[in-house]
Design a protein around this ligand. Structure first.
Ligand SMILES: [Zn+2]
Length: 116
């Protein structure tokens, strides 16, 4: 049977006394552990995606005679034009939302990166 650390043995070993404060502290420790594991899993995912991006970049660079400067220039250009203009009110819409935060108009998600 799984032990969650609330038994006599665990209390003695870890110094828990079974009070509400003690249980609250234990619950917070378990939540912090879950969140830590979630952050670690996300970091692993980011690392894998970074590796994929680097591999793709080396292939593209080799096959199309591009340089690091070309890549950096394109990144800066994309960063500058990150928001699209709302077709209704003309304000800048975030790329992260396909709806204007000011007037509610739908944006025109043009490419796959915007749609999915
Ligand atoms: Zn708008």
């Amino acid at each position: 049977m799984a032990s969650f650390g609330f038994g006599k043995k665990s209390r003695r070993k870890r110094g828990f006394d079974g009070t509400d404060d003690d249980l609250t502290a234990r619950l917070r420790m378990l939540q912090a552990k879950d969140e830590t594991q979630e952050v670690e899993a996300l970091q692993e995912k980011v690392d894998r995606l970074t590796l994929i991006c680097r591999a793709l970049w080396t292939l593209v660079r080799e096959h199309h005679d591009l340089s690091e400067t070309d890549l950096v220039n394109r990144m800066e250009e994309m960063k500058r034009t990150e928001g699209a203009e709302c077709p209704e009110c003309g304000r800048i819409m975030s790329r992260h939302h396909n709806r204007c935060l000011y007037c509610g108009a739908e944006g025109s998600a043009a490419g796959a990166f915007d749609r999915f």
